[in-house]
Design a protein around this ligand. Sequence first.
Ligand SMILES: Cc1cc2nc3c(=O)[nH]c(=O)nc-3n(C[C@H](O)[C@H](O)[C@H](O)COP(=O)(O)OP(=O)(O)OC[C@H]3O[C@@H](n4cnc5c(N)ncnc54)[C@H](O)[C@@H]3O)c2cc1C
Length: 482
Amino acid sequence: MSVTTTALAPWSTSSSAPAEARPQLTFDLDVEVCVVGGGIAGLLVALEAARHGASVAVLESHQVAWNASGHHLGTVRPGFGGDIADLIARVGRDHAGRLWQLTRGGADHIRAMAAEMSDVALTDGVLDVANTDIGDRLAGRLQLLERFGADVEGWPVERVRETLKTPRYFQAVHYPGAFHLHALNFTRELVSLAEQAGVRIFEQTPVISIDAAGLRKRIVTPLARMRASSIVLAGNVHLGSLFQRLSRTLLPVWRYAAVTEPLGDSLASAIDYRGAVVGSAGVDHYRIVDGDRLLWAGPVTTWNGNPRRFASRVERHIRSVFPQLSGVKVADIWSGATGETVHGMPQIGQLRHGFWVASGFGGQGLATSAMAAQLIAGAMFSSDDRWRLFSPFELVWAGGPAGRVAGQLVYSWWRGQAELAGAFARYRERAGKRERQRDARLAAASRAVRPTALRPTASASQDVRPPQPAAAQRADGNLAGS
Ligand SMILES: Cc1cc2nc3c(=O)[nH]c(=O)nc-3n(C[C@H](O)[C@H](O)[C@H](O)COP(=O)(O)OP(=O)(O)OC[C@H]3O[C@@H](n4cnc5c(N)ncnc54)[C@H](O)[C@@H]3O)c2cc1C
């Protein structure tokens, strides 16, 4: 098994576009827009700004897409990482709906860009599976999503299990218009599109300080200075001391992803779906790549763990979902750090005139960072003020080191709860099935004995009743049958 810690970590090296190094900034430069950070958020903003005709430079302290942006799973779907109910509770249904629709615009934007790219293997469909029996609540969820403008369909349990051959999942929400693509190739082609649009990218160029006062803002790097009318901070969790007011509001969370060795024909006995599968409880996220391998998201930590340590855990988890894949082996595993906000929403806004933030995209950063790029460029060049819809989500301190510990506890607890809820739902389903089988046996036995044994007499007719199905004998609320 290999372990990858650099940006060049596609699941299949042979299918990735060649990586090229970009120069360091060694001379003073004046531009209209300076973007700090060469991840997908920074690159998307830079591309949008350049397409509006601005002169743009991206300053990247390492190499473009070396972190999360080169290591994600490539699933693009509308919505935010947090719970939709929390979002509605915070800003109301209409506001939440408008925010949600913006992410749909972000997803459409990625699709349009992918159409300009050559090798990103865009594949349609995302299946959001429930690991507990959500029964009638599925209809309510679909209605809400439809009202938010989402293109969704509900799948009953039978259809889900015909497609994903495991008792793990119950109902699902299918997003036929959502999709996935080859993560690293997308990012590399995004770099090409940005450069074709005139964006200048400088690598190994950390921004050390910023003076954002005044119309022309000053940016200092180790070997050169820049001046710009607008600055966009898109540094995610690595912004650090450059702008602590922002970095303190992000909880760094390392996410892990693994690709398996080829699984051959056994894969067909487990999965009959080419889109991406995401567990609504956040426990599972996977899809088929290269015909017969699985790309599978691992656990999350609030420290930078060695990915190798999680390989066997990923294998065990795959086996627990699909026991038919008993021989599964992880071929490669890697990680990337994402920035999570306390409220679960990205940080999109203007800190002062011409000083913008595009950050905190968490584990669902593709559609949302594309949306941020559209909003920020729209505000800079077309007086579009929809970015203000994000004003309710302030920069809230993420708790520092104590926040990391608390965050890990919450993640572990939440994941544990989700797995527990799933296990309990499956237990109830099995218990219900056993009850129904027993009822059927009792009913059959009752039918078999009735003609000969039960010739009612006046007294016996008061005492002898055919056996009642067990479920009917139980009072409502008995857990095993509820
Ligand atoms: C394993 C994994 C799976 C994921 N799967 C998905 C998925 O399927 N779908 C999805 O939508 N999202 C997914 N994500 C999340 C997504 O990858 C992130 O939300 C997104 O990449 C964040 O992009 P970014 O540009 O904000 O951050 P980054 O990629 O971290 O880029 C920020 C850049 O800023 C640079 N920087 C910071 N400070 C400075 C400075 N002072 N000077 C210069 N440069 C600086 C950093 O070096 C870095 O390169 C996944 C993430 C991981 C790790």
